[in-house]
Design a protein around this ligand. Structure first.
Ligand SMILES: NC[C@H]1CCC[C@@H](CNc2ccc(C(N)=O)cn2)C1
Length: 250
């Protein structure tokens, strides 16, 4: 997966390029992250990257010429590096809500150029001419688009084949496709008198798989019933959910 990042604060992205699963994906070359800083395209003595809004009002906008130069540099490099035209994404609360399905789409699609806004945003004409899609990580406003950009990149990068170490954790995810995760346990067997569920100590892998599926279905039913709307469960899933509900109602 190739991602060009347009940001005034590229050093923030150390959080995903130098640590953990995403850090390994980058070092192994499974995910390529390249940075394009509008400030590098400033020609004035003060290296200006912001500009005043027409119509007045508080705050500044990102300066058009330096922003567009960075976006175009990233876009041209994407074509050079992958032979494909990139999807240019702008993070904003006005965008398409990111979810796991969206992450799969981004991971399996063309290269990405991700634009992180600062100040009060960007000129609408730049949105119209240079941005293909706006995406949002949730209904809240942050001081910049960098953290949302890292969330989007992380969510997609971990889905790139080979990035998640042992395949079963990816299978685990696909297994829970669209369901909440089941509870997890590790040593010690007892914590403050609370034991690990016996089935997980039994070694019966079929039983364990069913228990985990039942817990995922039950948790989804309890905490996010909306995720079950309009979803047809297979006979095994239906039976396990009914079992969970019966036990829950006791
Ligand atoms: N008008 C505020 C707006 C101006 C332009 C820059 C953004 C950066 N902040 C963001 C970006 C995205 C999200 C999100 N939900 O994905 C939240 N916050 C803030």
């Amino acid at each position: 997966m190739w991602v060009g990042v347009v940001s005034l604060f590229p050093e923030m992205f150390d959080a995903i390029t130098r640590h953990g699963v995403t850090g390994r994906a980058v070092s192994q070359g499974r995910v390529a992250l390249e940075f394009y800083n509008p400030r590098d395209h400033a020609t004035d003595r003060h290296r200006t990257v912001d500009d005043r809004p027409y119509g007045g009002g508080p705050g500044m906008l990102m300066k058009v010429d330096t922003l567009r130069a960075a976006i175009h540099a990233a876009r041209d490099r994407a074509v050079e590096a992958t032979g494909q035209r990139p999807r240019v994404i702008y993070l904003s609360p006005q965008g398409r809500r990111l979810d796991q399905q969206g992450a799969h789409e981004l991971a399996s699609g063309p290269p990405l150029v991700v634009v992180a806004g600062r100040y009060e945003g960007i000129d609408e004409r730049v949105v119209e001419s240079d941005i293909d899609e706006e995406w949002s990580v949730g209904d809240y406003v942050l001081s910049g688009g960098e953290l949302p950009a890292m969330v989007l990149i992380d969510a997609a990068a971990r889905l790139v084949p080979g990035v998640l170490g042992h395949q079963d954790s990816a299978v685990e995810d696909s297994f829970n496709e669209g369901l909440l995760d089941c509870p997890h346990y590790t040593r010690p067997e007892v914590i403050d008198g609370r034991r690990v569920p016996d089935v997980l100590l039994s070694g019966h892998h079929g039983e364990i798989r069913r228990w985990r599926l039942k817990q995922s279905l039950g948790r989804t039913w309890l905490r996010r019933p909306d995720l079950l709307e309009g979803r047809t469960l297979n006979p095994e899933q239906q039976a396990l959910l009914e079992e969970f509900i019966e036990e829950y109602a006791l």
